[in-house]
Ligand binder design. Structure first.
Ligand SMILES: NC(=O)c1ccc[n+]([C@@H]2O[C@H](COP(=O)([O-])OP(=O)(O)OC[C@H]3O[C@@H](n4cnc5c(N)ncnc54)[C@H](OP(=O)(O)O)[C@@H]3O)[C@@H](O)[C@H]2O)c1
Length: 324
């Protein structure tokens, strides 16, 4: 049994707790919150036996095998550093850190201390990733030429998303999935990048469009917004057809289309709990095998994405650190 401790009793921690409650071989043993009462309420709701009123207490629990960090982006560095120094393997919610400098420092510390660390960017760990790769390799859509995707959720009322000091903005919250979508299905290096962003009154990026031309001639255009609701589909367009992810983050199926919207084949994804189970399972497997990173999301890839997000925010004039 691998015992998970969750840090931060917020929105996504609830989904993680629900997922872990249904997994075999893993359980949520403890919740850590800045408030003892909040930790106790959370523990009672999800049948968690240990409730800590500080993150430090959770990190001292010798029975915790994996720490899941579910705090705002601006807290990830400190939380991950403390977990590593306590010798605890950790799975850190996306976006991994505030910027590439923080990410590089944490990855170096984890390596030095021989501690597993991974980014919880869940589509990387899902079976649909291999399913899509197999469809592409089969040649049914021909040679991939374009990747397009939109990810828009109206999360503009959330302080965590609005405030630069908490690592807000559409890119760290939503755009990170789009960059991972591009990287998962097009491994050709980026030759040209063009981008524009609309800023919120608080200074964070509210909506953005990003276009890459890859060295092999593939074109990727993605857009995200934290101020609107989108269709949130991803499409890989090839010379003879296109492949649709009905939901970019958590697809229910892949649709293979040849002409306009005529669906030639629909491939459902395997039955799942919430879709979060794959990242927890991958972490457990890697830790059991003595690995310091998961094969599904290697450290180099996490760092690459962080560098790319720094570059985009620098172009937009949006802060890349919480020191604002
Ligand atoms: N994978 C996904 O689908 C998904 C979806 C949404 C968000 N996320 C990611 O999950 C992380 C948390 O997002 P969330 O939506 O769960 O946020 P949230 O609801 O605001 O919860 C974050 C928690 O972090 C703790 N925290 C520590 N310092 C804080 C501070 N200065 N201000 C506010 N909260 C603080 C709080 O827990 P305590 O009060 O208990 O200490 C809070 O409840 C982010 O990295 C986000 O990108 C992932």
């Amino acid at each position: 049994m691998m015992n998970v401790g969750i840090i931060g009793a917020g929105h996504i921690a609830e989904k993680a707790a629900r997922t872990l409650a249904e997994m075999e071989g893993m359980s949520c043993l403890a919740i850590g919150s800045r408030s003892q009462k909040k930790a106790q309420d959370f523990a009672a709701r999800f049948g968690i036996t240990r409730a800590y009123g500080s993150y430090a207490e959770l990190l001292q629990d010798p029975d915790i095998d994996l720490v899941y960090i579910a705090t705002p982006h601006s807290c990830h560095f400190e939380n991950a550093r403390d977990a590593i120094l306590a010798g605890k393997p950790c799975l850190v919610e996306k976006s991994f850190m505030m910027n590439a400098v923080e990410a590089a420092a944490i990855l170096a510390l984890a390596r030095e201390k021989n501690v597993f660390i991974a980014e919880a960017i869940w589509p990387r760990y899902m079976p649909v990733r291999d399913m899509a790769r197999q469809v592409i390799a089969s040649g049914v859509i021909g040679k991939p030429v374009m990747l397009t995707a939109t990810l828009a959720y109206n999360v503009s009322e959330k302080e965590r998303v609005l405030q630069p000091s908490l690592g807000g903005g559409a890119l760290l919250d939503l755009g990170v999935y789009l960059l991972n979508f591009v990287r998962m299905y097009c491994d050709s290096p980026i030759r040209d990048l063009t981008t524009s962003c609309i800023r919120a009154a608080t200074g964070v990026d509210a909506s953005e469009v990003i276009t890459f031309i890859h060295e092999d001639g593939t074109l990727s255009t993605v857009q995200s917004s934290a101020f609107s609701e989108g269709n949130n589909e991803g499409v890989i367009t090839g010379t003879t057809g296109f492949l649709v992810f009905d939901d970019l983050i958590n697809p229910t199926c892949l649709r293979i289309c040849r002409k306009r919207h005529i669906v030639e084949r629909e491939i459902p994804v395997p039955k799942q709990i919430t879709g979060f189970e794959y990242q927890f399972q991958a972490s457990a497997d890697a830790i059991s095998a003595g690995q310091l990173e998961p094969v599904q999301m290697p450290h180099a890839e996490t760092l690459y994405i962080m560098h790319l997000m720094d570059r985009l925010r620098t172009e937009w004039g949006v802060p890349t650190s919480s020191a604002v």
